[in-house]
Design a binder for this molecule. Structure first.
Ligand SMILES: Cc1cc2nc3c(=O)[nH]c(=O)nc-3n(C[C@H](O)[C@H](O)[C@H](O)COP(=O)(O)OP(=O)(O)OC[C@H]3O[C@@H](n4cnc5c(N)ncnc54)[C@H](O)[C@@H]3O)c2cc1C
Ligand code: FES
Length: 277
């Protein structure tokens, strides 16, 4: 293997770890070379831990973030992610990428943007949300709809409060349920219950959607009721991935390679692809 092999991870160091919830941690990472990652919002990296394995993880920080480091928000679910949660600041990981087709920011510029995130789906959206905030003169109105199961699962809590205070962001949150004794003043109900609460013009609005697979069909039904054209909807779809670079075929959706043609797809391109949603 040569030093340029697409399968060879670059050495990187964990600069900071922040606990977001019981299951998710935010990792600030820097490549050993000190180079910026050079990603687009919606792209992912293959993160590896020596002796354990590799997993695809969305880049949650915006390319507009200062400095060469980048952030990954990771839920501990299996081999790699549990091993990562066991690491500490200063430890080494491997990084390949950035990979995949992210959100085409040119298609969002000059438009109003509606973000719809469910659970961990907020992680890839956060990259584009902060991009739109940092370059607010290039975007119209921004609305963020975020839902998770219970208040204890809310990610990026402090940051959401900051977004809420910005005059050009219309922030809405919901939880599916709120256990007795937990303080929650927001909406209760699935994420689709927030869509009728937002005022948007389907002609000038583009939506970015990411969440658990079950969410997409219901979100699309609500967006259709509001007459948002399919071409105005961009969805980030997760599939089992291995190589991340179009070689192994693990991520195929009816012949589409989610690791290269996605993970972000325009809804008009996948609405007739049976396995996509
Ligand atoms: C483009 C993309 C972006 C992603 N972004 C993020 C992100 O930002 N944050 C994040 O936390 N996760 C993200 N994921 C999900 C993450 O890659 C997976 O959860 C990954 O499997 C974790 O690796 P692991 O080794 O920790 O888990 P694994 O050991 O692979 O196990 C993960 C879970 O899948 C089950 N499983 C394992 N193998 C199989 C199999 N062959 N068939 C069915 N089930 C199986 C396990 O039982 C376990 O429940 C993303 C995935 C993709 C494709
Ligand atoms: S993950 Fe290997 S082809 Fe997509």
């Amino acid at each position: 293997m040569t030093g340029n092999s697409i399968y060879l991870p670059k050495k990187a160091k964990i600069l900071k770890i922040r606990e977001e919830t019981e299951k998710e941690k935010l990792f600030e990472i820097i490549l050993e070379s000190g180079e910026p990652l050079g990603h687009d919002p919606g792209q992912f990296v293959e993160l590896s831990i020596a002796g354990v394995g590799e997993a695809p993880i969305s880049i949650t920080s915006s390319p507009t973030k200062e400095g060469p480091s980048f952030e990954l928000c990771v839920r501990a679910v299996g081999n790699v992610t549990n091993a990562l949660h066991g690491l500490k600041e200063g430890d080494e990981v491997g990084i390949r990428g950035p990979y995949g087709t992210g959100f085409d920011v040119e298609k969002f510029k000059g438009r109003d943007v509606l973000f719809i995130g469910g659970g961990l789906g907020l992680a890839p959206l956060r990259s584009l949300i902060n991009y739109a905030i940092d370059k607010s003169d290039e975007f119209g109105k921004v609305a963020v709809l975020y839902g998770c199961r219970e208040p204890c699962e809310i990610l990026f809590d402090d940051e959401i409060n900051q977004w809420d205070e910005l005059s050009d962001i219309d922030m809405h949150q919901t939880v599916d349920r709120c256990p007795e004794g937990v303080c929650w003043e927001g909406n209760i109900g699935v994420i689709t219950t927030l869509i009728p609460q937002v005022d948007f013009d389907p002609e000038t609005t583009v939506a970015a959607v990411c969440g658990p697979p079950i969410m997409y069909r219901f979100v699309m039904q609500e967006l259709k009721k509001r007459e948002l054209p399919d071409e105005h909807v961009f969805l980030s779809l997760e599939r089992r991935m291995k190589c991340g670079v179009g070689k192994c075929g693990h991520c195929q959706i009816d012949g589409l390679y989610a690791c290269q043609e996605g993970p972000v797809f325009n809804y008009a391109d996948i609405r007739d692809v049976e396995e996509a949603l």
